[in-house]
Design a protein. Structure first.
Ligand SMILES: [Zn+2]
Ligand SMILES: [Zn+2]
Length: 161
């Protein structure tokens, strides 16, 4: 979002609350539009503009285990310094009297994006034999449990006895 900083003078701060749709890369989620609500304060330090706040993002995700779509809300801090000129990757640039919050919100969102996504703690996943979603019902397949390597060792052991 574009935020006008015209009226902001040094030593003052402004409370802000805004919503924006952030586009994320497909490698993070199939659902690339993420609605984010950001709350925080904006203040001026010399020529720099600093933002500090928190955000809530409503994610749509695919369960790693059963491949079903589900939603999850994550909360994370959002902060950054906007400068007229910078060589530092950590900072954001601004020009005229406007800062653009989007790249700041995007980088904090990606930093806090969950690595593993499971629809619920006890997700049973898909049947390895027929692909049926075991959260809905059992398909009746006989699935051998355990580590195949261990099964091989056990077979060897049984032969020797
Ligand atoms: Zn699941
Ligand atoms: Zn099955």
């Amino acid at each position: 979002m574009l935020i006008n900083i015209d009226e902001l003078s040094a030593g003052e701060y402004r409370e802000l609350e805004f919503e924006e749709n952030i586009s994320i890369p497909k490698s993070y989620s199939e659902f690339t539009q993420v609605p984010v609500v950001v709350k925080g304060r904006l203040f001026k330090v010399g020529d720099d503009i600093r933002f500090e706040g928190n955000a809530k993002a409503a994610l749509r995700l695919i369960c790693d285990s059963c491949l079903t779509e589900f939603s999850k809300t994550i909360e994370f801090p959002v902060f950054g310094t906007f400068k007229r000129e910078t060589d530092d990757d950590e900072d954001y640039l601004y020009s005229e009297n406007v800062i653009d919050s989007e790249s700041m919100v995007l980088s904090e969102l990606l930093l806090n994006f969950p690595m593993r996504n499971v629809c619920r703690q006890d997700c049973k996943g898909l049947c390895v034999k027929c692909g049926h979603n075991l959260n809905i019902s059992d398909c009746g397949c006989i699935r051998t449990e355990g580590n195949p390597e261990f099964e091989k060792l056990k077979a060897l052991f049984d032969q020797e006895v």
